[in-house]
Design a protein around this ligand. Sequence first.
Ligand SMILES: [Zn+2]
Length: 201
Amino acid sequence: MALKQVIGQERALKILRRCIAKNRIAHAYLFAGEDGIGKKLTAVNFAKTLNCRNNADDSLFTAGEKEKSAVEADSCDNCSSCVKIDKRSHPDVFFIAPENGQIKVNAIRRLEESLSYKAFEGNWKIAVIDGAETLNQSAANAFLKTLEEPPGRSVLVLISSMPELVPLTVRSRCQRINFSPLPLKKMGELLEHGLSTERTP
Ligand SMILES: [Zn+2]
């Protein structure tokens, strides 16, 4: 699937697409909102859009007459990059999730090492950190410098359904994007489309 198929999050998508259109991708985002409303789906499809081979040569970032297309920026959902990101096998897109209820410092150090290399295939290195409220104190401390100044062309996307529990030092270094609760009708549509199964890797 692609960004245009994320249901009920027009506001969040508009903000992200505007970042792309203006070539102002933040170092770090915090996708905040309750569980099951498409935060991770959006993060994955944001990564696909940034690295899609059909958006190569920075055409996404061409302002002026092409700005409209950047405002509608999306992935093709079909190229080798899009397919690898969907399969979680893209060498420049990293996924971190809590292990035994916590994101620990070792996971952050491994991520920082991966981000320090030049991108293998993609335009961007993207890290999706799910359950960011479970970053423990030492992991959060280790993460601060990278959050402030990630290596070139890296984007960190933190995801949390309990954003107030994300350590303040981490939260304050991210651009927060709030995701809306889904109205029941849209929930129904989602279930009908069977998209809920795509939420987990
Ligand atoms: Zn693609």
